[in-house]
Design a protein around this ligand. Sequence first.
Ligand SMILES: Cc1ncc(COP(=O)(O)O)c(C=O)c1O
Length: 466
Amino acid sequence: MTIDTIVQAFHSRYEDGLPIYRRLAEAITQLIEAGELASGTKLPTHRALADALAVTVGTITRAYAEAERRGVVEARVGAGTYVCSHQRPSWVFSYPDQTPDEYNFGYNIPPSLDRSHELAEAMQSLSQRPEQLNHLMLYQDPQGLAGHRSVVCRWLQAYGVSLDPDRLYFTSGAQHAIQLVLSAFCRSGDTLLTEQVSYPGFLGLARQMQLSVKGVEIDEEGLIPDSLEIACRQYQPRMLYCTPTLQNPTAAVMSETRRKAIIDVCRRHQVLIIEDDVNGLLPEKAPAPLVNHDSEQVIHFGSLSKCLAPGLRLGYIQLPTRLQAHFNTALHHHCLMISPLLSALACELIDTGTADRMLQKIRADMQLRNQRVTQYLSAYQYHNHPQGFHTWLTLPDHWRLSDFVAAAEARAVIVKSAELFTPPGGTISQAVRLAVSAPQSHDTLEQGLSLLAELLAQDPFPDFPL
Ligand SMILES: Cc1ncc(COP(=O)(O)O)c(C=O)c1O
């Protein structure tokens, strides 16, 4: 009997802390996946299962809805809930290029936390407002809905980022923001400046658009003002692209004084600054972004990818007033507008406090992960930040960069070589970036770090015995 099978499976699961409806949905999913509930089987009525489990009918409704979300059952109007005849692909997506036996420090992705419940709640809440849903299905102004822009600006203000809803545009993430800026304001042959090691997504795009990129010297705080001054004189660049907070790959954070000095140099040379603030919300404490100091000198962008979820594909950008009209046209030509459904979802997550809670979780998880880095790599030279995703590790003299990356890969440890972050013609540092946020669990992280520590201590060219 289906009902007895489900009741038995439910009682055999003891997940501490899981709400009853999710425990039940788990039990049903497992029975289906194990073939114990065949496709086409009708599940018990809500009332019958509620009585058998001594829970409310509402709990059963939520459990069936959760099982439906997972694609294992379907509700047929007026007929009940059935095990799906063709199992639809699950919503669980794997991390890029990550296999269970690999220690992948490759991508700067947020730590693997279960966000499904929060996302489901936000979507459910949205789904209960039909008038708004109909509005979200229409073409909008390229800039995005004014209400959504206000919610995002208010939220960012609480983290010290001062943006103006009238000058804000939504984008499909930070990478899209860079692409829009370069295509709107640069022409093939223009020169751009950036840090001497910089975000590969920017370098790749610039190469594709035939822009010339020159690296500017950095220290532990990022760009050095005097070196920037010299580069401005030498190259007369169109713009400076930089990441003042948690620079990728060095994890450098510019001090307030340094930020002011960088703005000063750019003002004097009339060089627009493209401020990449994609990591800006990660540190518990960081100086205000450049845009707070001079919003007419700075094009500022950020996204929800690092502080919430990259899958949302939602970013934002603020332009100096004089560039707005041109940017508006560029965005319109590019994609007409960013899906308002995504900005609505983001606003829902912000308004309910979920976005704040997720960010706190990410920060807390990174704090623990970075403690592991100290534990395993303290004998080596590296730079990171307690809440940052990545560590920039300088190799000891006995290792050559390409040998180290290959030797790590041979042990299934994936790291990113400095070569990927170096603008054309730049000197390649003997360093690698470790995305400490990427390994799926703390155990995998520790095993990967332990393998790296072992490798760093090894001599790749031992003397031949005489
Ligand atoms: C410095 C920097 N800028 C931009 C991006 C792109 O972010 P998004 O996922 O919002 O496109 C990344 C992603 O890793 C990044 O590290």
